[in-house]
Design a protein around this ligand. Structure first.
Ligand SMILES: NC(=O)c1ccc[n+]([C@@H]2O[C@H](COP(=O)([O-])OP(=O)(O)OC[C@H]3O[C@@H](n4cnc5c(N)ncnc54)[C@H](OP(=O)(O)O)[C@@H]3O)[C@@H](O)[C@H]2O)c1
Length: 283
């Protein structure tokens, strides 16, 4: 299949190109090749190439940046998604829209499934929910893949931030204010590879199994990297973040498991696989 991966230089986009490229022909496009906020340009490029599938992994993901510049958040995350969905319809392509656990408010004590009511707390989540809805409304052949807390082979990902803090400060300071499911981009990309074979379009939760806090994640990274630096719990207010975050945004991945016949490994396995692949794939 000919697949256009949009946002191909991003943390997830790179891994998608590698994993989907094992079985499919990939057009790896980022902002230099296609600006998804430019509707005529986006329609023209995709109509000329006629991919069978478009994967929208382009995003403005900076949470604080989305609060200070909501126009930019909505332009890329909602209007950009709309333009790609229009292009998919015009080119008769299927679409993958990568969505997020931040569409939920985190107030539920149970895991969120695909029919749980979204209620985003910040502009990032609101603009992503708009992008998800526009994708599904415009292009019925859409897989909307909701995932969470990604780490993959790009500099400054969460694993590398933990190791860098250990190196430079001798201690890793992390909060415990959020419970989420860290997801290795290699595992998510494998899941998307399976999903696009099904033809079963719709919304799917796809994350690493289990959940942890930032401090719990750091602890496990240090342990697996044979490091002895301590993890110190820091109050969330000390981080001076102003975008609200969901306290508990754990997603129930049962639907994906039933439809794809596959279960993602847990987040600890994600960290082990990341560390095992880091020397080969870089970070
Ligand atoms: N990161 C997470 O923890 C997380 C969690 C849940 C869901 N997700 C979702 O996963 C997907 C991938 O996220 P990511 O972390 O891989 O993001 P990322 O590393 O920031 O990658 C996004 C890519 O999109 C590019 N881009 C930005 N504006 C564009 C435009 N107008 N046209 C074309 N390309 C554009 C970016 O280029 P520049 O760098 O030059 O801006 C970047 O290369 C997103 O849908 C995100 O919402 C991420």
């Amino acid at each position: 299949m000919k697949i256009a991966v949009i946002g191909a230089k991003g943390m997830l986009g790179r891994e998608l190109c590698r994993v989907l490229g094992s079985r499919h022909q990939i057009l790896a496009w980022d902002i230099e090749e296609i600006d998804i906020t430019d509707r005529p340009g986006t329609l023209e490029i995709l109509s000329a190439e006629q991919p069978e599938l478009i994967v929208n992994s382009a995003v403005f993901v900076d949470l604080e940046g989305c609060e200070t510049n909501p126009d930019k958040a909505w332009q890329i995350n909602a209007v950009g998604a709309q333009n790609l969905a229009l292009a998919a319809q015009q080119a008769r392509s299927a679409l993958v829209y990568v969505s997020t656990d931040y569409i939920f408010d985190g107030k539920s004590e149970t895991d969120y499934d695909e029919v749980s009511q979204p209620n985003p707390l910040n502009q990032y989540g609101r603009s992503k929910l708009a992008g998800e809805r526009l994708s599904l409304q415009i292009c019925p052949r859409t897989y909307a893949v909701r995932t969470a807390w990604l780490f993959g082979h790009t500099p400054n990902n969460y694993v590398e931030r933990v190791l860098k803090a250990a190196d430079t400060e001798g201690v890793v300071r992390m909060p415990v204010d959020q419970l989420e499911s860290p997801t290795y981009t290699g595992h998510l990309s494998e899941a998307i590879l399976r999903l696009i074979d099904t033809g079963a379009y719709g919304i799917y939760n796809v994350t690493g199994l289990g959940a942890c806090t930032r401090a719990g994640f750091a602890q496990y990274v240090l342990q697996q990297a044979d490091r002895s630096e301590p993890v110190e719990i820091v109050e969330a207010v000390a981080l001076k973040r102003f975008a609200k975050r969901p306290v508990r945004s754990v997603l129930d991945c049962r639907l994906y498991q039933l439809v794809a016949g596959h279960t993602l490994p847990d987040w600890q396995q994600g960290i082990r696989d990341y560390l095992a692949n880091a020397s080969r794939l870089g970070n």
